[in-house]
Structures are given as C-alpha cells and as structure tokens.
Design a protein around this ligand. Structure first.
Ligand code: ZN
Length: 54
C-alpha cells in the first residue's frame, strides 16, 4: 500500500484487522485499515475530530 500523501510504502500486516490504525513511516499520517471483498484499503484517519461512525 502506498501513502497518498507522500507515496511512501506502508506495510500492512497480513493479520491486520478492519479498524486497525497504521502510520506512514515517512509523513506520519495515520490510516485506518479497511477490509472488504476487494481486499485491503487504507482510509486516511487524520480527522479524528469528526466522528466517522463505524
Ligand atoms: Zn506518507
């Protein structure tokens, strides 16, 4: 997975679960791991002031 901000490589563990937070090693941006039938996505999780719900 690549960071959308700085293009750094972000390693997502095989056993990562939905909702888990991974951090870009380069810019420090937080991403939430989202798993669905298409695979694993990274959703930017920097805006913690707003409640995103589930
Ligand atoms: Zn980054």
């Amino acid at each position: 997975m690549k960071c959308s901000e700085c293009d750094a490589q972000i390693n997502v563990p095989d056993d990562a679960v939905s909702g888990e937070i991974v951090t870009c090693p380069d810019c420090g941006l937080n991403y939430e791991v989202v798993k669905n039938e298409d695979g694993v996505l990274l959703k930017p999780a920097e805006s913690v002031s707003e409640d995103w719900g589930e």
